[in-house]
Ligand binder design. Structure first.
Ligand SMILES: Nc1ncnc2c1ncn2[C@@H]1O[C@H](COP(=O)(O)OP(=O)(O)OP(=O)(O)O)[C@@H](O)[C@H]1O
Length: 272
């Protein structure tokens, strides 16, 4: 479990990226931080692997304050996937994926074997192993990024808008793959996006952020769809524009979520 306890982040005198944020991210689930540009999502994500140090408050992983851990060691046991892929351009796909296991002392042969398995896991053909990142499509590069993040078998996976730069059809493929992977692997995933549809698809828990990482609402997708907390959330959901395709409907078995054709897409959990 990851816990944010009253964390804040100030830059200089005037920028408050994060005012006062607290949250619990349960293990083996996907939590999506969603909000508009500049709301502090990336800042929060990077606090988890100490790429950003909070100005105040604490971040705990399994009860341990990470301020007392070695940041390099911490980063090697947390997977991190960025929008840009962040692949090393002069290294092959296989070497890119094998990077962290090699740094952790795994032999080259073992690291390559593991990398080949991971390529299969994320849906990359073995024939791509010797290519360089520039010889891959955007979607393939993001798959390499996911495989690399999984290479050291981390419990935690941080994903910062990993699918934002690819076209909508490839994005839908990557999202579906992530759902499948997560079913199989059960990682603790923190996923940042500004796309509410992506949040609804991937998030067991969704935290909607306003400027300064103020929490506008948190809950499951169906909970948020059923009862948007305020106008900001309703606006974010696109309810004012009538563009949202999922709706909540009451039937004899309780409240269900239905898609644009009225087909049931899920059941709304009973509140406490
Ligand atoms: N190194 C920095 N120095 C100064 N200000 C920063 C720095 N990093 C982020 N900020 C500011 O902190 C605020 C939150 O930034 P952050 O990148 O966390 O937002 P975000 O929600 O991830 O946005 P986006 O969706 O555009 O990536 C912004 O106002 C940003 O300009």
């Amino acid at each position: 479990m990851i816990e944010f306890e009253h964390v804040s982040k100030h830059y200089g005198d005037s920028t408050v990226a994060v005012a006062d944020f607290s949250a619990r991210i349960p293990a083996h689930t996907t939590t999506v931080l969603v909000g508009s540009s500049g709301s502090g999502k990336t800042t929060l994500l990077r606090m988890v692997n100490r790429m950003v140090e909070p100005t105040g408050g604490r971040v705990l992983i399994d009860g341990e304050d990470i301020a007392g851990t070695d940041p390099v060691a911490l980063r090697r046991r947390i997977g991190y996937v960025m929008q840009s892929g962040g692949l090393m351009p002069h290294r092959s796909v296989l070497d890119n994926i094998a990077t962290v296991p090699r740094l952790l002392g795994t032999s080259r042969a073992d690291a390559h074997r593991r990398a080949a398995d991971l390529m299969e896991l994320v849906g990359l053909a073995p024939t791509l192993a010797k290519r360089y990142p520039a010889q891959l499509s955007g979607g393939q590069q993001q798959r390499v990024g996911v495989a690399r993040a999984l290479a050291a078998d981390p419990n935690i996976l941080l994903m910062d808008e990993p699918f934002a730069a690819v076209d909508p059809i490839v994005r839908a493929d990557l999202q579906a793959e992530l759902v499948r992977l997560q079913d199989e692997l059960g990682k603790t995933i923190v996923f940042v996006t500004h796309d509410m549809d992506e949040a609804l698809l991937l998030g067991d828990q969704i935290i909607i952020l306003e400027e300064g990482a103020q929490v506008a609402q948190r809950g499951t997708g169906p909970e948020i769809l059923a009862a948007p907390a305020n106008d900001f959330v309703a606006g974010f959901l696109g309810l004012h524009r009538g563009t949202r395709t999922l709706h909540v409907r009451d039937n004899t078995q309780g409240r269900i979520v239905v898609d644009e054709r009225g087909r049931a897409a899920g059941r709304l959990a009973e509140g406490p």
